[in-house]
Design a protein around this ligand. Structure first.
Ligand SMILES: [Zn+2]
Ligand SMILES: [Zn+2]
Length: 185
């Protein structure tokens, strides 16, 4: 059983979902109500931290009704779930889309944060409050930081690697023995 981990903080999922809803509203060729319902359900599932597996472009979501005994196979334009097979918009496809968008944005934010800070120091091992994973984030202010993916506790990335500390860490690899060590040897 895959761990239930949210792809992004709820507010970020909701924001990406809202953007998708806005896109749907501008497309006259589709059943907009059905599509909007599917997006709403996808947001709900992602916020709940639904597990999924990814095999490249194919996403596999556990079937909720059958307690994970089967998986729905979701691709860009098709889904193996009952609704999908009947041509009804299911939540798996917007969920797949949102996961792709959100993970891409996280990678971009992490890359930007790394660029901004020269080289981003390693993240804290876990959130001080809830011990969940800390992920790179770039707040509106622009300073690279790490944010807890669960409780959103945020710390400045710079706090974890003062420049001098970084040099001290690198030196031992090439350090010559000190005089006192040579004498001892
Ligand atoms: Zn589906
Ligand atoms: Zn936390």
């Amino acid at each position: 059983m895959a761990a239930t981990t949210r792809v992004a903080p709820p507010a970020i999922i909701a924001q990406a979902g809202a953007e998708l809803l806005a896109q749907i509203a501008t497309r006259p060729s589709i059943d907009r109500d059905a599509a909007a319902n599917a997006v709403g359900k996808a947001m709900e599932q992602l916020i709940a931290g639904i597990p999924y597996r990814r095999e490249g472009p194919i996403f596999l979501f556990p079937s909720r009704s059958r307690k994970g005994r089967i998986e729905h196979r979701t691709e860009r334009d098709s889904c193996s779930c009952e609704a999908g097979q009947d041509g009804i918009p299911c939540w798996h496809r917007p969920a797949r889309y949102l996961i792709i968008v959100l993970t891409r944005r996280q990678a971009q934010a992490a890359a930007e944060a790394a660029e901004h800070a020269g080289e981003l120091p390693p993240p804290p091992t876990g959130c001080r409050h809830c011990h969940n994973r800390m992920i790179a984030a770039t707040p509106p202010g622009g300073e690279a930081c790490y944010e807890c993916e669960r409780c959103h506790w945020t710390v400045m990335a710079a706090l974890f690697a003062p420049a001098q500390l970084d040099q001290v860490h690198r030196e031992p690899a090439q350090a010559q023995p000190t005089r006192s060590q040579q004498r001892a040897a």
